[in-house]
Design a protein around this ligand. Structure first.
Ligand SMILES: [Zn+2]
Length: 241
């Protein structure tokens, strides 16, 4: 299957994983038209759209998405966004959508939030976690890790010193978003024996440094990594070769 990043930042998040006949969408934070275009306008093949939490950059377009795709999210998001057709998910309650098996798991943000562990015969096991300042889970046999790496302490301090970021932001970030070293720990807490892809999500515009993130994650985990940028596309399969 192919993964396409439509957006991965505070200005809007959306990812599509698809083959010719099946698809799953992660997040509904970008206009529906862009998702439809990436799908080649074949909207009927979409098995599920999964939303992590109610913030606008993840769920801002949920009302449009749920009219087009089978949409799954927390009850909190359904209430907060006035959704009518979405199905509620609960942490650690597994469900299936087509050939996808999906396990929502608790994330740590300033509103109720979940990550998703997604299994499919063609892609293996994919961990998706964004907008969480830590992760309490270690998953076995993950093949693809898509995890938030929002800021680094070093880049944040430089942004504060340069007047680009308010000093009070540090406290907020510590209890909402994932710092670079925490991200490395979260990756290292997973079973990495069969991991094929690590993708860093949702980098902050001012408080992150791409080179620092790529080199640090590579150094601390021994894994090669990619940063999610709009338009990025790559094959994901359960076979590393
Ligand atoms: Zn958020």
């Amino acid at each position: 299957m192919k993964l396409t990043v439509i957006g991965s930042s505070s200005s809007g998040n959306c990812y599509v994983i698809q083959s010719d006949t099946e698809a799953i969408i992660l997040e509904a934070g970008i206009g529906l038209d862009k998702a439809k275009k990436v799908l080649g306008f074949n909207v009927s093949k979409v098995n599920a759209c999964l939303i992590t939490h109610a913030h606008g950059d993840h769920a801002g377009k949920a009302a449009d998405y749920e009219k087009t795709f089978p949409t799954y999210t927390l009850e909190h998001v359904i209430e907060a966004k006035g959704l009518k057709r979405s199905t509620a998910v609960y942490p650690m309650k597994k469900f299936t959508a087509g050939r996808f098996t999906i396990l929502p798991f608790r994330a740590q943000h300033d509103v109720p939030c979940v990550g998703y562990l997604i299994s499919h015969p063609d892609i293996g096991k994919l961990m998706f976690l964004t907008d969480s300042f830590l992760c309490e889970y270690s998953f076995k046999g993950v093949n693809h890790i898509l995890v938030e790496c929002n800021y680094s302490d070093k880049a944040l301090q430089e942004a504060i010193d340069a007047g680009k970021t308010h000093a009070a932001m540090r406290t907020r970030l510590m209890t909402t978003h994932m710092e670079l070293r925490t991200c490395c720990k979260v990756i290292n807490n997973q079973d990495l024996s069969d991991v094929h892809n690590i993708v860093l999500l949702h980098l902050s515009m001012h408080n992150s440094d791409r080179t620092e993130m790529l080199t640090t994650v590579k150094q601390l985990t021994g894994q090669s990594v990619t940063i999610a940028t709009p338009g990025l596309e790559f094959e994901i399969s359960n076979n590393p070769f």
